[in-house]
Structures are given as structure tokens and as C-alpha cells.
Design a protein around this ligand. Structure first.
Ligand SMILES: [Zn+2]
Length: 473
């Protein structure tokens, strides 16, 4: 289900029941400012223009590639151009993976080429390739439960079709774990049906991991139409033989940067509202929806506040994370660098599921802050936003902050078409619809302003938030 109703628990109802004068809430002036921001930002087109700049002037920016460094320089310059008060970067070090050449072809019984892409961190094949008969499994679970001799010396094929966005978690398990499960049974390679909802002939890349102590076999994805083709061949009952060539390699380590821009607060400038996205992308497209959109939306939100001449009480910090795609590495680096100061994060919310619009607003705050959250929701509701629960997920790079007790928000985006494009060559700027991304930037601007102005702490590092965690888990 895409929308969840606002859950009024007994504790929440009790908070709402106290007389209005007793609860600390946002002032009428702050609410008015938030509404004005919401309305102005929708017409600005700024997030659209920032994304146009990133995808045109930089394009693909895979972690550790030459464009990684160019994207970092772009982000620093863009923050300055947009008038952020402070701009800096923090190092993030990680292993480097390169893709190399890649090809796949059915060699028997009906020879023809397929389109293929290596999964991130797959090992390569020998230069002459690997050839083997395909053994199909409907899901990762079926592969795990198959007898050991089912795939020995063969190529395992996980044919798990993703029907809708909410299938992502279960279907991507085959992508991330399939190679080691296949290798455990002696398979020579893994091929998966792409984790994507489209019917285009673009394979979707994405991260995979090898388990310790199991041979590393090459792992790749084919598109939905090519997976259908393989299935039709298999249905004819004869062995289907595939030749796979991957030039992928692991090549040492690289240091990139989380790039940070801040609008400095007036009254509590050490405390801050944390928004952002990830600056890296996969290499196949130009990273427009994943996650250039999140970069552009949150940069624009900060700029909007600044351009209106507003000075927030708390600071507003936009973090553009390094290397999300290959293991949330920038998110972990930010956590580790700021672990002593996590209580200073008033609220954390990352944009990393496309261009929007925002369809749901959820929080993860101490009960005393729920009246403010209700006010924030009322400002966002005219954008077509539904209320969510009080167990928000703040986004992939910020998940580690929530686990460490940071108050969080989820500005849930419409992601119905996100997995048509995700991690493919088709993730490009032409897919961006100004009205959609503008709405999202407007919601982030109003949200960030209200969170910065809140008279109450949302509870980062408090026992009240920890207590909530045990209730909601
Ligand atoms: Zn992403």
C-alpha cells in the first residue's frame, strides 16, 4: 500500500488533548512563512535547473570514477553560486570497481545476442568468456532450496519479476545475494532478470555482495524482454547455452567527499536540520532520478529559504553524499564523523526515490513534538500530501542516523515509475517533469524551514525518542 493513514495512538491523542496554550507549537508567523515558501518554490523551477546542470555538465558519476571528482567540484561551486553561507567537504574512502566490456549471447539452441550489464562489484570473466547451460529459478529462495547438483558447472538464472515498486526489497535480494548462493552449489556464473518494472531492453545494474569463504563468480543482469526470451527458449525443453563476457575489475581504493552546504541559523546555529541526497550515481545513465533529483531538490530547498531573505533559527544543512550506490558508504562516513554531535541534528530527511511529488509525510519524533509535526503536516497537505505514521525512515544514507537515535522525517515520494528507470541507461534528464520536482522542492523548503523554527526539539539523543523506538519496532 502506498499511503498509510496517520496513526493516532493513545499517547498521541493524549498530547493533542492538552490545551493549546500548554503545547509549544510553531508561531503563526512561522507557519505563514512556511506556506509562502511552499507556494513560491513550486513556481521557481530551480530544482529543475540544478538537475539540468548536473546531468548536462557532469552526467554519470559512479563512485571512484573520473566524474566522481568532477561532480564534487560541481557541487561545491553550485552551493557557492546558490549563496549557501558555508560550503565544505568531508572525505569518504572506499574500494573502486570498474565495469569494463560486457557482452552476452545465447550460443545454442537459437544463437542471438542479449543485452547485459555486470552487477556492481562482480568479478569479471576470463577474456574468452564463460559458457554454460542456463538453469532457471523463479526466486532466490528457489535457488537456495534447490539440490546442490542442480547448477554445478552451469549458469544460474534468477527469473524473479518485479511487478511494482514495493517489490524492490524482496526482488533485489536475488541481485545482492544470488551469486554466492549459486556459487555455493558450484555454479560458474549468475544471471538475473533485471530488478525493474519496465519492459524496455535495458538491463538494470545495482550492487551485489559476495559472502566470505565462497568462490566469487561473475554476476550480471539482463533486461525484462531478454529474460522473457530466455524463458521462451527454456520452455522448448532443450538446454539453453549462454556465453557471458564481463571485463569488471576491482582496483584499489579511492577517496571522494560528502559535499555539504549550510544556511547558518541565528538562535541555535549549532543545531541543524539535515536534508540531502547522494551525489554518486551508476554509470549507465546520467543519474537524473537516482539521485540527481534528490541533490537538486534539497539544494533548491536551501536556496529558496536563503533567497527569500529568511534566517532560520537553527541551521539547515544540505549533505550530498558520496558513494551511496556501492554500500551507503558516504552515509556511514557522515555518521562516523559526527557521531559525538548527533543530538544536534534536529531532523534528518533524505530525498532518494526520484523526482516526486511528495505523497506522504511521516515523522520519527518524541511525543512532545507531535503537535508541531501536525502543524507541519497541515502546511504540506495542500500539496496533496497524506499523513504517515511516527516511524519514518529518513532515507538510505540517513538510516544509520535513525538507528543511532536521530529524529527523522520521511517525505515519501511517488515512485510508481521510479523502477522503470532505476540503474539503467534510461535514467536521464528528459524524464524529469517540472511540476513534479518543483512540488518536491517546495515541500522540502517548507519542511526544512518549519523544522528549523520548531520551539521544541524533535528528540535526537533523548530517552523519549529511544522509548518510542522500542514501541514502534
Ligand atoms: Zn539512490
Amino acid at each position: 500500500m502506498l499511503f498509510t493513514k496517520y496513526v493516532i495512538t493513545a499517547a498521541v491523542a493524549a498530547v493533542f488533548a492538552v490545551p493549546a496554550f500548554a503545547a509549544e507549537t510553531l508561531s503563526a508567523k512561522d507557519l505563514q512563512t512556511a506556506s509562502a515558501l511552499r507556494d513560491a518554490a513550486q513556481t521557481g523551477n530551480l530544482s529543475y535547473r540544478i538537475l539540468e546542470s548536473l546531468t548536462t555538465e557532469i552526467g554519470p558519476r559512479m563512485a571512484g570514477s573520473k566524474n566522481d571528482a568532477r561532480a564534487v567540484a560541481w557541487a561545491e561551486a553550485k552551493f557557492r553560486e546558490l549563496g549557501f553561507d558555508k560550503v565544505w567537504k568531508e572525505p569518504v574512502t572506499f574500494p573502486v570497481w570498474t565495469r569494463g566490456v560486457e557482452s552476452a549471447e545465447i550460443v545454442a539452441p537459437f544463437p542471438q545476442p542479449l543485452l547485459v550489464t555486470a552487477l556492481g562489484f562482480s568479478v569479471g570473466t576470463p577474456a574468452e568468456g564463460i559458457t554454460g547451460d542456463i538453469v532457471r529459478f523463479a526466486t532466490l529462495k528457489d535457488l537456495i532450496e534447490a539440490p546442490d547438483d542442480a547448477v554445478r558447472g552451469k549458469i544460474a538464472f534468477i527469473d524473479h519479476k518485479m511487478q511494482k515498486a514495493s517489490d524492490y526489497g524482496s526482488v533485489q535480494a536475488g541481485r545482492s545475494q544470488g551469486a554466492s548462493e549459486a556459487a555455493r552449489k558450484g555454479a560458474v556464473a549468475l544471471v538475473i532478470r533485471s530488478v525493474g518494472t519496465d519492459s524496455h531492453r535495458f538491463p538494470h545494474t545495482g550492487m551485489m555482495r559476495y559472502k566470505e569463504g565462497i568462490p566469487k563468480i561473475p554476476a550480471a543482469a539482463i533486461s525484462n524482454p531478454d529474460a522473457d526470451l530466455v524463458v521462451r527458449m527454456l520452455e522448448r525443453g532443450k538446454p539453453v547455452s549462454l556465453k557471458l563476457r564481463l571485463g569488471a575489475e576491482n582496483e584499489g581504493t579511492y577517496t571522494s567527499y560528502n559535499v555539504i552546504g549550510e544556511i547558518t541559523g541565528t538562535e541555535k546555529k549549532d543545531e541543524y536540520v539535515l536534508i540531502g541526497g547522494h551525489l554518486d550515481s551508476w554509470d549507465l545513465g546520467t543519474g537524473a532520478i537516482d539521485d540527481g533529483a534528490g541533490v537538486a531538490i534539497t539544494m533548491a530547498a536551501g536556496e529558496f529559504i536563503k533567497r527569500q531573505g529568511l534566517r532560520p533559527k537553527r541551521s539547515i544543512r544540505v549533505v550530498l553524499y558520496a558513494n551511496e550506490e556501492q554500500g551507503l558508504i558516504g552515509g556511514k562516513a557522515y555518521h562516523d564523523a559526527h557521531v559525538k554531535d548527533l543530538h544536534k541534528i534536529q531532523a534528518a530527511a533524505e530525498a532518494d526515490s526520484g523526482q516526486g511529488p511528495v505523497v506522504r509525510f511521516s515523522s520519527y519524533v518524541q511525543p512532545a513534538a507531535l503537535p508541531v509535526v501536525k502543524q507541519m503536516f497541515d502546511v504540506l497537505a495542500p500539496l496533496g500530501v497524506q499523513a504517515g505514521d511516527n516511524d519514518a525512515h529518513p532515507g538510505p544514507d540517513m538510516g544509520i542516523l535513525k538507528s543511532a537515535g536521530t529524529a527523522s522525517f520521511g517525505l515519501g515520494l511517488n515512485n510508481e515509475d521510479y523502477f522503470d528507470l532505476h540503474h539503467t541507461p534510461d535514467d536521464t534528464f528528459d524524464k524529469i517533469v517540472p511540476a513534479r520536482i518543483n512540488q518536491t522542492a517546495a515541500a522540502y523548503a517548507a519542511f526544512a524551514w518549519m523544522a528549523a523554527q520548531s520551539p521544541v526539539s524533535f528528540g535526537s539523543g533523548t530517552d523519549a525518542l529511544k522509548a518510542l523506538k522500542t514501541v514502534s519496532k
